[in-house]
Design a protein around this ligand. Sequence first.
Ligand code: DI6
Ligand code: FE
Length: 417
Amino acid sequence: MWDELWVDVRLATAVAGGDAFGLIERGALGVLGDALAWVGPAASLPAAPQQLARRVTSAEGRLATPGLIDCHTHLIFGGDRALDFDLRAQGQTYAAIAAAGGGIRSTVAHTRGASAAALAEAALPRARALLASGVTTLEVKSGYGLDVASELKMLEAARLVGEALDVEVVPTLLALHALPAEFANDRAGYVDLVTRELIPAAAAAGLARAVDVFCETIAFTREECARALAAARAHGLAVKVHADQLSDGGGAALAAEFGALSADHLEYTPESGIAALAASGTVAVLLPGAFLMLGETQRPPVAALRRHGVPLAVATDLNPGTSPCTSLPLALALARAQFGLSAAEGLAAVTREAARALGLLDSRGTLEAGKRADFCLWDLAHPRELGYWLGDARCRTVVRGGRRRADAGERRPLSAR
Ligand code: DI6
Ligand code: FE
């Protein structure tokens, strides 16, 4: 006997191979505990609904998708960077602001000065907004601490947010993000600290599943990043790369070399880097919020990524400096509008491929029996409307781990039958 059976529901399962969205028009979802026990057309249910589940709930014809997965966020940070944004509007560049001591380093000062509890508290409204937009799993990076204690504190804050909201937070140690001021004349010393102390400490504490690096002229070189990624591998952690965002720094090829789960941004990635990503099975994570807010004009090479068969994901990149975006459907709309993703690519990009980018495809990302019962009900006539509405995404109900969640801002209770 299942705990709950959802009927009168249209399913966009995001399962690959069928029609573009994995559509099942008159569907049903059986939930047992925190998992999906049954997914398919209602007409194929093995018995009458009341015989199958303790509770039968009508979705009133709404569209169900897999719970959205935000696979790239910098949710935890102190302060904000509204001033940077205003300076950029007045003509200053991201790189110039960073070089003048604003940028990431100003966030570092605020982050170092706050406790893990205070950082988590400040992040809760942002996390709640993400959940209300349909997110059921989110990745959270460190990277604004830049010393061993502060980086671990950020990861602890990420854990606290997950605990407070009862949501899966996938923690990533963003080990090389910016050079801290105290190492301004000792780059190698900072990379030593990261490889010899920070990565081992995060791995030993079980506070991170992956290590990320910012491979960029204003951040770290390919060689420096390679040292950190090698250390990550040696400690059994997955790897990710902020690659080729502002220039072609060989970031995508580096990600491929280390078998990265994902390479993110990719605006300046050349064809050779794309071929390398395809060969390594690395997911390309597109971050249209940063593209928009930085006023970038060089788009990521979506057509070439598609041609090479690189899986495409989209994430908010929620961060104070370049993407203060707390809605994944909004990020999806930006990706569709700015980068030309199709509606079907878009649905996959925030569900199945985002799960792949976190190494979680076996348990999340599609509506299939055996996966976690994470799904959203939308007031949408067709899945092509996901990432079409700008602003209200029309997510009406979120079920996480089998349970309907009030924190997702449910608008109207659904009737039990
Ligand atoms: N790329 C980004 O878009 C963010 N980090 C990164 O490496 C920006 C972080 C910030 O400006 O605070
Ligand atoms: Fe980022």
